[in-house]
Design a protein around this ligand. Structure first.
Ligand code: ADP
Ligand code: MG
Length: 271
């Protein structure tokens, strides 16, 4: 595959939306795979106790597996917990096990409770893995795990489902991001909006698309991810759609979105 530009600085992107089922995990793993196919080194942090990103990347996440939980409580490092995905030698994942379910509460009483993931992803901590991209797949809530993800990242990617109520709840997410910017991470930037599960047969999908573009302007990727059965089938085989059915529309659209993301990154560097 043709190479994509390597960012001059590592890009750490949090994939967030407190709504469940909007395509956070699907977009995380497939964008990660798209960049890895083009020769970039990518690390996915699974920050959802459900462990769906770990599943889709073919990475073990039974309870007891070294995971993001042990990283957050300071027992092990990210490189100790990172496993290579079944899809590509360039693609790594720090899995989430069900142990993470209690972390939200456990973290409350810990020192630096909002900054623990940032610390775990410091340049020194990543010196062994040296990923070009880090994607953090958030749980569907705005709790302490998502706050950790927003503090650790430079960029936020918000997937928006082309559906009823797509924009509902987004205000709350954006306000939380503003709070994090004001108090914990001034350099955080909502750099990317990705429209997902677009169904061209419905008028509604187009309405949502124009509404989102009107609101977020050129933060919205030109590539729109279509609703496709292949995309939803792939995780059942422990695969991204890029591995499961590389020629499918779903796979092609995530390849396009990955390319756009990488190219926009280098344009952002120049401005
Ligand atoms: P989230 O992580 O935001 O909860 P997921 O990525 O898990 O959302 O997606 C929710 C559900 O929708 C999953 O069953 C997933 O397989 C399915 N899905 C996601 N994107 C698509 C798509 N483009 N086409 C069809 N199904 C999709
Ligand atoms: Mg998810």
């Amino acid at each position: 595959a043709q190479q994509l530009p390597q960012p001059s600085q590592r890009r750490i992107m949090t994939v967030a939306n407190q709504k469940g089922g909007v395509g956070k995990t699907t977009s995380t793993v497939n964008l990660a795979a798209a960049l890895a196919i083009h020769g970039l080194k990518v690390l996915v942090i699974d920050l959802d106790p459900q462990g769906n990103a770990s599943t889709a990347l073919g990475v073990e996440h039974r309870s007891g597996t070294p995971s993001i939980y042990e990283v957050l409580i300071g027992e092990i490092s990210v490189s100790d917990a990172a496993a290579v995905s079944s899809q590509s030698d360039n693609l790594f994942c720090v899995p989430a096990t069900i142990d993470l379910a209690g972390a939200e509460i456990e973290l409350v009483s810990m020192p630096n409770r909002e900054g623990r993931l940032k610390e775990a992803l410091s340049p020194e901590a990543l010196d062994e893995l040296r990923p070009d991209y880090v994607f953090i797949d958030c749980p569907p809530s705005l709790g302490l795990l998502t706050v950790n993800a927003l503090v650790a990242a430079r960029e936020v990617l918000i997937p928006i489902q082309c559906e009823y109520y797509a924009l509902e709840g987004l205000g709350q997410l954006l306000r939380n991001i503003e709070l994090v910017q004001a108090h914990l991470n001034p350099s955080l930037d909502v750099s990317t909006i990705l429209l997902t599960m677009y169904d061209g047969r419905t008028k509604l999908a187009d309405q949502v698309t124009s509404e989102v573009r009107a609101h977020f302007g050129d933060h919205v990727l030109k590539t729109v991810i279509p609703r496709s059965v292949k995309v939803s089938e792939a995780p059942g085989f422990g695969q991204t759609v890029l591995a499961y059915d590389p020629g499918s529309r779903g796979a092609m659209s995530y390849l396009d979105a990955g390319r756009e993301l990488a190219i926009r990154g280098t344009q952002m560097e120049q401005t």
